[in-house]
Design a protein around this ligand. Sequence first.
Ligand SMILES: Nc1ncnc2c1ncn2[C@@H]1O[C@H](COP(=O)(O)OP(=O)(O)OP(=O)(O)O)[C@@H](O)[C@H]1O
Ligand SMILES: [Mg+2]
Length: 275
Amino acid sequence: MTAPRDTARPPVLALRDARFAHRCLDYTGGHRHTVLEGAGLEVAPGERLVLLGGNGSGKTTLLRLLVGLNWLDGGTLELDGERVRDRRADRTRLREAVQLVLQEPDDQLFAASVRADVSFGPVNLGLDRAEVERRVAEALAALAIADLADRVPHHLSFGQRKRVAIAGALAMRPRVLLLDEPTAGLDPVACDDLLAALEAVRAAGTAVVMATHDVDLAWAWAREVAVLTAGHLTRGPAHDVLRDEVLLGAARLAVPWGARVSRRLKRTVLRPGEV
Ligand SMILES: Nc1ncnc2c1ncn2[C@@H]1O[C@H](COP(=O)(O)OP(=O)(O)OP(=O)(O)O)[C@@H](O)[C@H]1O
Ligand SMILES: [Mg+2]
């Protein structure tokens, strides 16, 4: 089930009736592990969406499908209302519009300097040098890591590497930024700084979608929440979805702290985005 979006703006990115199973090959000839069984999701421009689900529910798989690292077995992926197929022109269109930041920065960083890493995507878009430099400077500034430009990525701390990985995605100026567990492993100040940086990106028009099982983060940050249970997505305003004990329980998640407090006070004192 997919609830309507909170906005009349047409979606940038949409999954419709998405079906997907991982193929697991072994000596028995292999089997399939179903992850999505008819899931739907629409991402509107500039939206602030959290994708919630327990361990193994399929959050990472879903993000990989949205960016074309895996392809659906059934249903459709649409960009600007047009179906995206597994062919070169469509993959390029998707890569220019949608960027995924992986949970582990070390799965993403490979260059000898931060500057080289962040410039990799824009260089591969065929942009001229001045434009590449402009984008790199802008992305480093957005993540407050301009001072790290000449450092070797694997000498940096985990939180710094995470910022570099996000800067690399931002340098592509995506219309949709997908982040897999972006706050995992960050200290509280680094977490707040990252959320502020993401909010600035979002306010400039990029849709920001983060996958997490941190319900308190979702309560504090999200406008809209989509919960992944048994291959389906249930979506709605954060304030409603994050109070739905039955739904959260089915997803192996707890009601967020803010929602519990507000319920106990029997009035709404804390709303998403205010804690
Ligand atoms: N490459 C793969 N081959 C086979 N099965 C896979 C593969 N990747 C993931 N899976 C399985 O698909 C299911 C969904 O995994 P996924 O990593 O998408 O979950 P997740 O919600 O991101 O979990 P977590 O919160 O632990 O990150 C799990 O049961 C997992 O074991
Ligand atoms: Mg995951």
